[in-house]
Write a protein that binds this ligand. Structure first.
Ligand SMILES: Nc1ncnc2c1ncn2[C@@H]1O[C@H](COP(=O)(O)OP(=O)(O)OP(=O)(O)O)[C@@H](O)[C@H]1O
Length: 257
């Protein structure tokens, strides 16, 4: 662990797409994230696991600017995120998906994706912009990635729970984030949908990095390049799934239950 941090610190910040150093957030004196350091490579899938209340969601909230750090640094693509506002962080290339899908149920799959196309977010309203070839091609490309190419004209309301989750991932992908953060993306999905979601994440990390919070260990094994185990706001263990699942400290506080 110490070795990994020393190795990480020996590299320059630019070697990582995301470098978190000595990050702390205190809520009325309670440190939900406590002197945390975490480094994510380009095109890496990092999975964060840990018991309830370990600070996993808070870390994502800090990265996307929803929660402000008490101290420490979050550098993304060479920029300091702790001083930026939420929308500036989105523009810098960080996409975040929450647990419950927030799609427009009364619009079709095509329209949901079109709405999320960056140029669609004009003051004149997303639905009025011209459906030029670039938008249509990008929507179709993303729909194929998220397994919804044959459902472009389907109302989002009648999609399965898993398809809704994919649609929301697609709405983030269309903005080409360099870092995508997903909070329990396969919760409530069927086994077949979980397998396809793993396939989707493995495909997209050819071009971007992904951080996933997950409790489903089979899914973690299928996707993780590296796993970070959080406990009481700190890194308890980090490395390959194999290494982490055999770490006695991890078994004691998390996997053994
Ligand atoms: N805004 C807040 N104000 C006060 N306490 C908070 C706030 N946000 C989080 N906490 C506390 O910080 C701790 C970490 O919460 P967090 O939601 O990050 O944990 P988690 O690892 O994501 O847990 P879970 O697996 O249950 O989602 C918890 O004790 C939580 O109650």
């Amino acid at each position: 662990m110490r070795e990994a941090i020393m190795q990480a610190s020996a590299q320059t910040a630019n070697d990582f797409i995301l470098s978190i150093d000595a990050l702390t957030v205190s809520f009325d004196g309670f440190k939900a994230v406590n002197d945390l350091s975490l480094y994510v490579d380009e095109n890496e899938i990092r999975v964060i696991i840990g018991p309830n209340g370990a600070g996993k969601t808070t870390v994502l909230d800090l990265i996307c600017g929803r929660t402000k750090a008490t101290s420490g640094s979050i550098r993304f693509d060479g920029r300091e995120l702790t001083r930026m506002r939420e929308h500036e962080i989105v523009h810098a290339g960080v996409g975040r998906k929450f647990q419950n899908p927030s799609i427009y149920e009364d619009l079709t799959v095509f329209e949901n994706l079109e709405l999320s196309f960056p140029q669609g977010r004009s003051v004149f309203g997303a639905l009025t912009f011209r459906r030029d070839r670039e938008v249509i091609e990008r929507v179709e490309e993303v729909a194929e990635l998220i397994f919804l190419k044959d459902h472009l004209n389907t109302d989002a309301a009648i999609l399965s729970h898993g398809q809704k989750q994919w649609l929301e991932i697609g709405m983030l992908l269309i903005q080409k984030p360099r870092l995508l953060m997903l909070d329990e993306p396969v919760a409530g999905m069927s086994v077949a949908e979980r397998i396809k979601t793993a396939e989707l994440l493995n495909t997209i990390t050819k071009n971007q990095s992904v951080i996933v919070i997950e409790h489903d260990m089979k899914f973690v094994e299928d996707i993780a390049h590296r796993v970070t185990v959080l406990h009481q706001g700190k890194v308890l263990s980090e490395g390959s799934m194999e290494r982490v699942k055999n770490d006695p400290k991890v078994i004691e506080v998390y996997l053994g239950h």
